[in-house]
Design a binder for this molecule. Structure first.
Ligand SMILES: CC(=O)N[C@H]1[C@@H](OP(=O)(O)O)O[C@H](CO)[C@@H](O)[C@@H]1O
Length: 858
């Protein structure tokens, strides 16, 4: 669809504003959502996005006017995200990502709460940027295959339609992100040399370049003058992530015949829920395994075979193979960058142009240290930039030929205009030099010059393998990745994490970097960094080291530091590491750790058979004297080594304990595995009496291990309060509410049956039930506390794993304080309450988590 901008009448601004406001009414902004244009544009649930897309339409017009009517691209996609998500990105005239300073404008427009506010913000922006809103503009747009895309395209078109004829539009339909970038660049290319500005133009250009680089050896052809340059190539299985890449691959295949036979996998575009599901580049990279569908196809079983995965919009590419036909080997963005840079470097040498053309590689901090070392050892310069393709892209422009790839497989190779001119005007003095120059020119045409492109990157890889005569294993042989770990840590506010040095060092929270450095120094070839994500509400913790156990240790420390950072008032300018606080307040010599028995039926409490527990951060010695002392009372049983090893309720705490008391070798652990507490008072008192000695000791600290409610049919536990109010004493982050605890008035349904609109959502019912239990623990020394707790457990059957250790603690507190004046001062302070997800229907499940501190003095 396109319309001409010719002879556009002068625009009446008032009418334009009215039209925008009228159209915007159909796309109200969802309340309580704050949108942000991040590294990958806007990205969230597709159903939340219509208003955002509408505002992006307005911005695209302004951006085009800013460039005197050059075409601006709008791509509707959420790339590798799940199918329910969607997103939108703007593409600048040269086919690049939107310039960073405009991201804030996109965010401002997207967050306008009403049509009037939107028009006002739009007006102000145009004024501030001195843009004539009546000037002609041009917008090219496309979407991937997500079910929410057609609705979003309608919202975009509604915004563009408000401008009438002076905005030229070009909907290129359902296609990949890199093809949209290509079309934008080609549309704005006044020389006409870049290629036709259509999907077909892209395919033709790419296929022609590929054919130049791979000479067919079809019958009768004997021209094998190129070293290793042989076609047809071995069939290539391509996992299309059930996304739009399947379309462009099928299209491309038609242009190259049998030169490279593809075996497309995961090509279902009309089936619900399959996009990026258990397939695609992101799946392979993060899981480090074949997609199940690729494994089942058996196509990789031969050691010489290789496979490739695209992501949902085909801008990322990952390769892999099975070493010896068995063990999975990943060939990620780092491996692709190395392959491409070395090959192009060799071509530049053969073209005798090393004094004129510098090849360089651009990576992010996530590039494996081995790849960086390997590239540098080949005298190729390497630049490290912040995460996000736009940063890599701009840094790559500083080289004559800039190879950039993120480890996740997003990247390309940029040839500068001067380089192309140099190649075209160099007079070759030998056939080899001639071929090298021709191949470099063909590569510049094969590789998408606008953005990372799974299809053209895949062809680049195939060209290099063919020219080198390499199998995937030979490609892989260059260097071995250092073992590494990458995890997300959710924090209340990721914006307080600030970095420097291409995101490799934290400047705040103050003190955190020093602790990470300290951890890294202890391991060989260690490297670790923490940075806030630009696309998700989390910080990412990365570590690598010479061995897996060393990387576990470095990673765990960095991860624990980041976790701990979130429980401290980080916003305060003088951030005190919580660990330091913990040491200052408590310096116990003994930790008594009580955890529930998950795997064996146990009467009473069992003792450990071990002398120490190992953690990746160091060993924790057990308090053998105390264990012996308790053993002699004959009130305790024994854990077998297998039971002790299997029990995660104790194990989960060990790295934290070791970390908090790092550098301290003068403390010991007394682990106690708790089964059913004795039911008769005499026995309970006897156990409490045995433990009371440690309770009384100022240098002993008790830790009780437990989670809270496990709700869902998979736990056979679906209690429900249809009328659940807010908890009377809510624990953060539950917001304080007006609710009144009055259990008597609540209708308690043993099992969840159904929910009407008026009923409380399930998660709220769980929240209330958990808080009821927590309320009973707040004053554990009061008369009747144990009985009320047990009655609560028996009434609600709340699936609190650590209910028995909590009962042991209550018994102990009763034993020590009952009837004493000090009992008034013993109280639990709950610091945090969370649910793993918010259940709203019977198919959902969640686990609740509660943390609290028992203070035994005023
Ligand atoms: C570790 C990682 O993979 N980070 C990804 C991710 O960015 P974050 O800022 O880390 O959320 O999404 C970006 C956009 O897709 C991509 O460019 C980047 O590589």
């Amino acid at each position: 669809m396109s319309s001409s901008a010719a002879a556009a009448p002068p625009v009446d601004h008032t009418q334009l504003f009215d039209r925008i406001a009228a159209a915007a009414k159909n796309y109200p902004k969802p309340a309580d959502v704050k949108f942000g244009y991040g590294t990958a544009g806007f990205r969230t649930l597709g159903k939340r996005l219509p208003s955002v897309i509408f505002s992006v339409g307005l911005l695209a017009v302004l951006r085009s006017q800013r460039f005197h009517g050059k075409a601006i691209g709008v791509m509707v996609t959420a790339s590798h995200n799940p199918e329910a998500d969607n997103g939108v990105k703007l593409v600048d005239p040269a086919g690049e990502m939107l310039e960073q300073s405009w991201e804030a404008y996109a965010t401002t427009l997207a967050n306008c709460a009403s049509p009037a506010e939107l028009v006002e913000a739009y007006k102000q922006l145009a004024q501030q940027l001195h843009i004539n809103i009546g000037a002609p503009a041009s917008v090219v747009y496309a979407a991937d295959t997500r079910p929410s895309s057609p609705e979003l395209i309608k919202a975009l078109e509604a915004a563009l339609a408000a401008f009438g004829d002076h905005v030229k539009t070009n909907n290129i339909g359902v296609t990949t992100t890199p093809i949209l970038h290509y079309v934008v660049k080609a549309t704005n290319d006044t020389t006409g040399e870049y290629g036709e500005p259509t999907i077909e133009g892209y395919q033709k250009k790419t296929a022609a370049a590929f054919k130049t680089l791979i000479v067919s050896t079809s019958p009768g052809t004997t021209d094998l003058t190129e070293q290793g340059n042989r076609g047809p190539l071995k069939p290539l299985p391509v996992d299309c992530a059930n996304g739009v890449g399947a379309l462009s691959l099928a299209d491309f295949a038609k242009h190259i015949g049998d030169l490279l036979p593809f075996k497309p996998l995961n090509t279902q575009l009309n089936k619900e829920g399959v996009l990026n599901y258990q397939c695609g580049a992101d799946y392979v990279k993060t899981k480090q395994q074949l997609p199940p569908s690729v494994a089942e196809s058996g196509l990789l079983n031969h050691p010489d075979n290789r496979g490739a995965s695209f992501d949902g919009d085909a801008d990322r590419l990952i390769y892999y193979y099975l070493k010896g036909g068995k063990s999975f080997r990943l060939l990620d963005g780092d491996k692709i960058a190395v392959l491409a840079a070395l090959f192009i470097g060799d071509l530049v040498t053969r073209a005798k142009l090393t004094d004129k053309i510098q090849v360089g590689v651009v990576q992010t901090a996530y590039a494996n240290g081995s790849s960086t070392k390997f590239i540098k050892s080949r005298n190729i310069p390497v630049t490290c930039t912040a995460t996000g393709v736009k940063h890599l892209h701009h840094a790559a422009l500083n080289y004559d030929i800039g190879v950039y790839f993120e480890a996740n497989g997003h990247g390309t190779v940029l040839f500068s205009d001067d380089t192309i001119a140099t190649l075209k005007k160099t007079e070759p003095e030998s056939p080899d030099q001639d071929r090298a120059i021709k191949h470099l020119i063909a590569l510049s045409e094969l590789i998408n010059q606008a953005v990372g492109d799974a299809l053209s990157d895949m062809l680049l890889v195939e060209v290099v393998l063919a020219h080198r005569g390499w199998s995937a294993e030979e490609w892989d042989a260059g260097y071995e990745d250092l073992p590494n770990r990458l995890v997300k840590v959710e924090v209340p506010d990721r914006h307080i994490f600030h970095t420097t040095d291409a995101e490799r060092k934290l400047t705040s929270p103050v003190g955190l970097q020093a602790r990470i450095d300290e951890a890294v120094l202890k391991v060989e070839q260690g490297r670790s960094f923490v940075r806030p994500s630009g696309t998700e509400d989390c910080v990412r913790v990365y570590a690598e080291a010479a061995t897996s156990s060393a990387v576990d240790s470095a990673h765990l420390r960095a991860e624990l530091e980041s976790y701990l950072a979130k429980v401290t008032p980080l916003s305060s300018p003088s951030f005190n590491p919580p660990v330091a606080n913990a040491k200052a307040v408590i310096a116990p010599k003994r930790i008594v750790l009580l955890g529930p028995s998950h795997h064996v039926h146990l009467a009473g409490i069992a003792l450990s058979p071990f002398a120490a527990y190992g953690t990746p951060l160091g060993d924790i010695p057990l308090d053998l004297d105390a264990i012996d002392e308790l053993r002699r009372t004959r009130l305790f049983s024994e854990m077998s080594p297998g039971v002790d090893e299997d029990e995660h309720s104790l194990e989960m705490h060990l790295p934290y304990i070791r970390h908090i008391f790092q550098g301290r070798d003068d403390f010991k652990l007394l682990p106690l595995l708790v089964g059913h507490p004795p039911s008769d008072k005499a026995n309970r008192d006897a156990v409490s009496g045995a433990l009371a000695k440690y309770w009384a000791d100022d240098e002993t600290f008790f830790v009780i291990s437990s989670d809270f409610c496990h709700w869902g049919t998979r736990f056979s536990h679906t209690p429900y309060y249809p009328a659940a109010p807010d908890p009377p004493v809510p624990v953060p982050p539950v917001p304080a509410g007006p609710g009144v605890a009055n259990n008597g008035q609540l209708e308690f349904v043993r099992r969840y049956v159904s929910q009407t609109k008026k009923d409380a959502p399930i998660w709220k019912s769980i929240q209330y039930m958990d808080h009821e239990g927590m309320d009973l623990l707040r004053a554990p020394a009061r008369k009747g506390a144990v009985e009320e707790w047990e009655a609560y457990l028996s009434r609600t059957k709340n699936t609190i794993c650590g209910r028995n250790p909590i009962t042991v603690l209550l018994n102990l507190v009763q034993y020590v304080y009952a009837g004493q004046h000090a009992a008034d001062y013993v109280h639990f302070v709950f610091v945090r309450y969370e649910q793993s997800s918010r259940c709203t229907n019977i198919r959902d499940s969640s686990v609740s988590y509660v943390s609290g501190v028992l203070r035994p003095s005023p």
